[in-house]
Design a protein around this ligand. Structure first.
Ligand code: GUN
Length: 283
């Protein structure tokens, strides 16, 4: 019998903690704020940005949206980021990815001040994660760690297999699991005999971006399965990277999609924004 990992419940718990802390600051006349930049009209990005704004409202964090047209020039975007970096009223800056093709994402990420990089995308913040010297960590991987912790799942000494090597999820996920003394394997599109790794895993983190990619034959009995994917299936219905209906009975714990990792990413973003505020105040 498997147990469902409820990302909505855990994210509500984290957001409540943030809300309480923001309220205390408000009583002292202080405020915490996040600038969210979106370029163009990618519908998925629009949904994510709206959800981030809603979470700001729920936690008392002030959000400023900068919705720029698709044809925005790279220099214009960089100039906006410079202005936000210099604005002491802004604690966190998030530029929603992907950006239009004519804009260099790396340049944009590197333009965000380290102490305001609440996505934890900048090279030095990524490096700090690997060294275990970070103030805030990448949102989705940190969200996964908080889910595991909330359900009392200790990864120390466990075989953790990550499927996907992206800079946003796979790589930072490996650093956080390693920090907790897991034995970590990162698999990817060039991995030979992927199932031979996943079948021996105590914990599988699927971050591939392919609907229902992880099938029941790839999962060992009693594994913990964390699904980071957000895809559409053949009927246009939201689904993860895991074939949930067929995999769930083999697992001890599994995250659903939606309602698993998605809400956690946003809750951690709120937490990171509060941490960014504290760094800037104490800096
Ligand atoms: N696009 C998809 N996920 C993310 C994220 O976590 N942060 C940003 N900035 N863009 C994204």
């Amino acid at each position: 019998m498997y147990k469902l990992i409820d990302g909505k419940e855990v994210s509500a718990f984290i957001k409540n903690q943030v809300k309480d802390e923001v309220e205390v600051l408000k009583e002292k006349g202080e405020s915490v704020s996040l600038a969210v930049i979106i370029v163009g009209d990618n519908p998925a990005s629009r949904v994510y940005v709206n959800n981030k704004k809603k979470a700001c409202e729920a936690t008392g964090i002030i959000s400023y949206e900068y919705a720029l047209p698709e044809e925005t020039k790279e220099e214009e975007l960089l100039a906006l980021i410079k202005e936000l970096n210099e604005n002491s009223e802004i604690n966190g800056i998030l530029c929603q990815l992907p950006l239009p093709k004519h804009i260099d994402e790396k340049k944009v990420i590197d333009a965000i001040a380290s102490e305001k990089d609440v996505d934890c995308f900048r090279a030095e913040n990524v490096g700090k994660m690997w060294l275990g010297e970070y103030d805030f960590a990448a949102c989705t991987p940190k969200g996964v760690m908080l889910l595991l912790e909330y359900y009392g799942i200790d990864v120390c000494g466990k075989n953790c297999v990550i499927i996907g090597r992206s800079n946003i999820v796979g790589k930072p996920m490996a650093s956080l699991l390693l920090e907790k003394s897991a034995t970590v394997t990162i698999c990817h599109s060039k991995t030979k005999d992927l199932a031979s790794f996943t079948r021996n895993a105590d914990v599988i983190v699927a971050a591939v971006g392919r609907p229902k990619f992880v099938t029941a034959d790839m999962v060992g009995d009693g594994a913990v399965v964390v699904d980071v994917g957000i895809n559409r299936d053949e009927n246009g219905k939201l689904c993860g990277d895991v074939d949930f209906e067929n995999v769930k009975e083999k697992t001890s714990y599994i995250t659903p999609v939606p309602g698993g990792c998605g809400p956690m990413t946003i809750a951690v973003l709120m937490r990171n924004t509060l941490v960014a505020y504290r760094i800037q105040k104490n800096g």
